[in-house]
Design a protein around this ligand. Structure first.
Ligand SMILES: [Zn+2]
Length: 496
């Protein structure tokens, strides 16, 4: 008998991502596509066989929130994700995409992309270019997983108006809209915002509505890092819903969390707000990583106005004593409008340095460093940011388990790692390498707050439907723990 299948996965329990109960069957794959699922496939029909006795067989996972835009260029096999079972990922999140980059503001953009690894890649290779140029560059890198890209609001804004802390002029707004439209035509799946970060934070709601309107004819998604994930989160979700409603775009809330002890428990309210919007016919979903700590660049804990003018300006300002005193007042006072005060939510003992040129600081909290240096903790932060600006990355402890569980149990929550790549040199938040195993291990097997079938649905069919992904197929990428170096990933372009 001639082999009909390149590969048959035998005796596994199939959890197909639809949410229905797992069942025992064999899976026959040919040409990278699943051709048959049957109780038994004749052994003779298989060129290769994997025995999955006592194992679960499922579709590849979709990581809906990543910052692998540059990591994919240096490690196209995307080892950190493939080892977790991820076969598709979304890049360009939190307002930060690599493209489009204008020649005028390219260096500034690369400074802000330090958090996702612009210091680890050859900057000369990242020529100012269009979104299409970047997608082609990704294609030439031959990724081992499928990639879909969002265009970042901070990036397009910076391309047109640098770090200006003001509303765009009519002409500037037209220019920004044109960049979003070009990215959508090139195949972007939507627009992302990072509304706690400069320069995303400088945008009023109206500006974002005007940009999100560009998405509607393409069926693009509006993915947002909310303007607040702590004290003003309810208002921030209302803003996101308003943007989706006025622009006619599906709203996707990135890494949904409740930050700051005083806000713990508010997830019942945030999920209810989303459910109400859904009942009015607005498409709204969210994703989540399964940890009590977040991670971002240390400078993000300062009011965004501090970052106006770009890194060289704020480095200089931060060395000024009067400027520092004013900042301390602002942080302690905590009422500065339009600012998500992450320091208040975590405290000095809840902020851990994960990446810095000061190797002796890595792995220590701001409180510990202050003690070690006999300095005021504010001075530690100001000195670090003045010295290394957005190159210092911190891990911030600010969430509670109760909210994590409640958000995870909501049927509209997907799983997104929000991983910051370490490029083999930096110590990073474990969400980069541990998100999917942790959901399945801690929350499904140990705590049983979620069935395996429900968890796999969050990782597969729910994001596929939301982002509009069709049949993707696949080839083996990891075997017995070894990365096979597959180059079968596709740079996906949104199909109208
Ligand atoms: Zn974010």
């Amino acid at each position: 008998m001639e082999a009909e299948f390149d590969l048959v996965i035998r005796n596994g329990s199939i959890v197909d991502g639809s949410g229905r109960p797992g069942f025992r069957a064999d899976v026959g794959i040919a040409g990278g596509i699943i051709r048959r699922i049957a109780p038994m496939i004749e052994p003779d029909l298989a060129r290769h066989t994997i025995d999955a006795e006592d194992r679960v067989v499922s579709p590849g996972f979709i990581d809906t929130h990543t910052h692998d835009d540059l990591y994919l260029l240096t490690c196209p096999t995307c080892d950190d994700k493939v080892r977790q079972g991820v076969t598709t990922e979304v890049i360009g999140n939190c307002g930060q995409s690599v493209a489009p980059a204008s020649a005028a503001h390219r260096d500034m953009l690369l400074d802000f992309l330090k958090i996702i690894g612009s210091a680890q890649v050859d900057r000369a290779d990242l020529n100012a270019g269009s979104f299409e140029d970047y997608l082609r560059k990704l294609e030439r890198a031959k990724p081992g997983i499928n990639v879909l890209a969002l265009v970042g609001h901070s990036t397009v804004r910076m391309s047109c108006m640098g770090m200006a802390d003001r509303a765009p002029s009519d002409q500037e707004l037209q220019d920004i809209r044109a960049l979003v439209s070009q990215a959508m035509q090139a195949g972007a799946f939507g627009l992302s915002t990072g509304l706690i970060y400069a320069p995303g934070n400088y945008a009023a709601t109206e500006e974002i509505v005007a940009l999100a309107r560009v998405l509607a004819p393409f069926g693009g998604i509006y993915a947002t890092h909310l303007r607040s994930e702590s004290d003003r989160e309810i208002e921030a979700i209302a803003e996101a819903i308003r943007i989706g409603e006025e622009a006619g775009a599906h709203v996707h809330i990135s890494h949904h969390k409740i930050g700051g002890r005083g806000n713990w428990g508010k997830s019942s309210e945030t999920l209810r707000l989303m459910a109400q919007a859904r009942s009015r016919g607005i498409g709204i979903t969210c994703d989540q990583y399964p940890y009590r700590a977040g991670s971002t660049y240390l400078a993000a804990i300062l009011p965004p106005r501090v970052l106006a003018g770009g890194p060289s300006v704020f480095s200089r300002n931060l060395k000024d004593e009067a400027f520092r005193r004013d900042l301390i007042r602002a942080v302690e006072d905590g009422t500065e409008p339009g600012w998500d005060n992450l320091l208040k939510g975590s405290g000095f003992e809840g902020i851990l340095i994960s990446v810095s040129r000061r190797r002796d600081y890595v792995g220590k909290t701001i409180a510990q460093i202050a003690e070690m240096e006999c300095k005021n903790p504010y001075e530690v932060i100001f000195d670090l940011v003045a010295e290394e600006n957005v190159g210092v990355i911190a891990i911030l402890f600010g969430m509670c388990e109760e909210d994590i569980r409640r958000i995870m149990q909501d049927p509209w929550t997907m799983i997104g790692s929000d991983g910051i790549p370490g490029f083999g040199v930096n110590r990073v938040h474990p969400r980069m390498t541990g998100t999917f195993p942790r959901v399945l291990g801690k929350y499904v097997r140990e705590e049983a707050i979620l069935s395996l079938e429900a968890a796999v649905r969050k990782m597969t069919s729910l994001p596929a439907e939301t982002f509009g992904l069709k049949r993707k197929g696949g080839r083996p990428a990891v075997e017995k723990g070894r990365i096979l170096g597959a180059t079968s990933g596709q740079v996906l372009r949104r199909e109208a």
